[in-house]
Design a protein. Structure first.
Length: 304
C-alpha cells in the first residue's frame, strides 16, 4: 500500500529533512516513529524498508506548514497499527504517529494514496514564504523562530522589481545548485514581496468606557516574500531572497539582479539568506486521474 502523509514541522530543531547518520532530521524522526508503531526492526533484513519520499527536501532550520511525503508498506504490516481501534489501518497509523512524535512535528493526515501518486514527481507547484521584520522594529517573541530581523528599512518596490524578473522559465544557476544529473532550470509562477497589513484583532483595555491600545496580529507589519514554482533547486529560494534583500538594502541594484538572471553562474554574492525565515507553506497536486502523467512528465530533464 502506498500512503500519503501530510505534515508540518518547526525546522529549528532539525538538520533538515533528509536522513543523516547521528543527526536529528525530520525524515529520520518520522521513519523511526513508523518503525516503532509498526514494530519493524531496522536491523532485520526480512523486515520491509521504511523510507519516505518527500515533495521537497527542506534545509537545516527551514520550516514546513504543509509538507507531503509518501511511503510504500505491505498491507499486513500497516494493519499492526490498528490494535483495538475500530478504524482503518491508515487512520490508526495517523493517530499513533501523532502520539509518538515530538511536538515539533505535526502529522495532519495519513491516507491511502490514489493510483499514480508520487509525493515528489506528481506535485504541480510548491509555495514558500520568507518572513522579515525590518526597520529595526522589535520581533514579536512568539515569532522569533520563523522571522528574520533586519535593522535597515527595506525598499519593497525595488525588491519587487527584482522579484518580477524571476517569473517564468529560467535557469537559476546564479541562485541555486543542481542535484546530481539535474539542472537549475525552473518555472516560477509567482514571486512578490508584500507588507502585512498592520491590522488588529481587537482593542485591549477599557479606558473611560472605551477601548485602549490595539492588539495586533502576530504577523502585522512583517515584510513577506511569497514564491510559487513547479519545483525549486537546492538553496534557490533563500538565495533569491538574499539577492532581493541586497537590492532592498541599497547594496545592489536591480540591474545587478537582472545580470544575475541573465548569466546563470554562482560568483559568491548570492548565498542563501538565514534559514529560519523560510517556510514551505503548501504543495499542490493535479486531479487524481492526472497524477501518473504529471509524474512521468516532470522526471524529464528540462531545457530552456
Amino acid at each position: 500500500m502506498r500512503l500519503r502523509i501530510d505534515l508540518g514541522y518547526d525546522g529549528g530543531g532539525f538538520y533538515g529533512w533528509a536522513r543523516q547518520p547521528e543527526l536529528r532530521t525530520v525524515q529520520g524522526e518520522i521513519e523511526a516513529a513508523i518503525r516503532k508503531v509498526l514494530r519493524v526492526r531496522a536491523d532485520d533484513p526480512d523486515s520491509p524498508e521504511i523510507r519516505l519520499v518527500v515533495a521537497g527536501r527542506t534545509d537545516t532550520g527551514v520550516h514546513a506548514l504543509h509538507q507531503v511525503c509518501h511511503i510504500d508498506i505491505p498491507e499486513d504490516v500497516i494493519a499492526r497499527a490498528v490494535g483495538h481501534m475500530d478504524v482503518t489501518p491508515e487512520i490508526a497509523l495517523e493517530r499513533r504517529l501523532q502520539r509518538v512524535l515530538s511536538d515539533d512535528i505535526a502529522i495532519h493526515r495519513v491516507r491511502r494514496a490514489p493510483d499514480g501518486f508520487d509525493a515528489r514527481f506528481s506535485a504541480l507547484e510548491r509555495t514558500y514564504v520568507y518572513r522579515v521584520c525590518d526597520n529595526g522594529r522589535f520581533v514579536d517573541p512568539r515569532t522569533r523562530g520563523f522571522v528574520v530581523a533586519i535593522d535597515e528599512t527595506l525598499d519593497m518596490d525595488a525588491m519587487n522589481r527584482a522579484a518580477a524578473l524571476t517569473i517564468g522559465l529560467h535557469d537559476f544557476g546564479s541562485f541555486a545548485t543542481p542535484n546530481p544529473g539535474g539542472t537549475t532550470i525552473r518555472e516560477v509562477k509567482y514571486a512578490r514581496w508584500r507588507r502585512v497589513d498592520p491590522g488588529v484583532m481587537l482593542h485591549g483595555g477599557v479606558v473611560n468606557g472605551g477601548y485602549g491600545e490595539p492588539v495586533p496580529y502576530a504577523e502585522s507589519g512583517l515584510l513577506c516574500f511569497t514564491i510559487v514554482a513547479d519545483a525549486f533547486a537546492r538553496n534557490m529560494v533563500r538565495s533569491l531572497v538574499n539577492g532581493c534583500l541586497q537590492v532592498g538594502r541599497g547594496r545592489k541594484s536591480v540591474d545587478w539582479f537582472t545580470q544575475k538572471m541573465a548569466e546563470p553562474k554562482r560568483e559568491g554574492s548570492t548565498g542563501p539568506a538565514a534559514a529560519k525565515g523560510l517556510t514551505l507553506e503548501y504543495v499542490a497536486y493535479p486531479p487524481n486521474d492526472q497524477l501518473a502523467e504529471r509524474a512521468q512528465a516532470i522526471r524529464a530533464v528540462r531545457t530552456l
